[in-house]
Design a binder for this molecule. Structure first.
Ligand SMILES: Cc1cc2nc3c(=O)[nH]c(=O)nc-3n(C[C@H](O)[C@H](O)[C@H](O)COP(=O)(O)O)c2cc1C
Length: 212
């Protein structure tokens, strides 16, 4: 599928075919591709809790309220999290870069010191903003990859975040829920949705015209 087709054909799907089970290997392949998303300093703060056990998925009923039909019928619901303590994985990130030939071992400590001091200079709000941006980029990528692989998705932002964290044993001090992503094969056509025209969203060379 061409990228432009995936972008045009990705639509929010309200109900999935409950008989379609996406194999874990295929989900892993999609997540591997989603992880190719860019992130600030390549810090990769996205984390995914994949709920593919129907019993676990049923726990979402009271947590997502009116959003339950897509969750119930989906092959899986992915809890997409941003790691507020991404710095815990800094050394792993650098080791992986060395292993893949992207970083010379001799520069590891220097990079580690730089990234650590940069991290330490950030406020909690700045950290939160950054990891939410990075994780959203990976989430968008995942939706498009799913479409490319013949699957459909439904991003869900309206849910009880503290309940999701509690029910799925996720450390609330460390992880910020970004969205749930129901994934499966569409059982119904998408609802139509329209976008603003560019004259509402794009200006050239100055932001002044946005004030209209
Ligand atoms: C982060 C995010 C959260 C969303 N949360 C919900 C939600 O809780 N419930 C819902 O019905 N739709 C939700 N949506 C779907 C949007 O309503 C939908 O993307 C929008 O109307 C455009 O339609 P389309 O995705 O079919 O192009 C969410 C979408 C995004 C990106």
């Amino acid at each position: 599928m061409q990228l432009v087709d995936a972008i045009q054909q990705r639509k929010t799907i309200k109900l999935f075919n409950p008989n379609v089970k996406i194999p874990r290997a295929e989900l892993a392949e999609m997540l591997t591709l989603a992880q190719l998303a860019p992130s600030k300093a390549n810090l990769q703060p996205w984390r995914f809790v994949v709920i593919d056990d129907p019993i676990q998925k049923a726990k979402l009923e009271n947590i997502v309220a009116f959003n339950y039909p897509p969750c119930e019928s989906a092959s899986a619901v992915i809890i997409i999290l941003a790691d507020l303590q991404y710095h815990r994985l800094l050394e792993k990130i650098l080791d992986r870069s060395i292993e893949k030939g992207c970083l010379n071992e001799a520069f590891k400590q220097r990079n580690l010191d730089f990234l650590t001091s940069t991290h330490n200079a950030l406020t909690e709000q700045e950290i939160r903003d950054q990891v939410l941006i990075d994780t959203s980029l990976a989430s968008m990528q995942l939706m498009l990859i799913a479409k490319d692989k013949g699957y459909d998705t439904h991003a869900i932002g309206i849910f009880d975040k503290s309940e999701v964290l509690a029910h799925f044993d996720i450390d609330a001090n460390r992880f910020a829920p970004v969205m749930l992503l129901a994934i499966g094969k569409a059982a119904v056509p998408p609802l139509p949705s329209a976008r603003l025209t560019l004259d509402n969203t794009v200006v050239w060379n100055s932001g002044m015209a946005l004030l209209k």
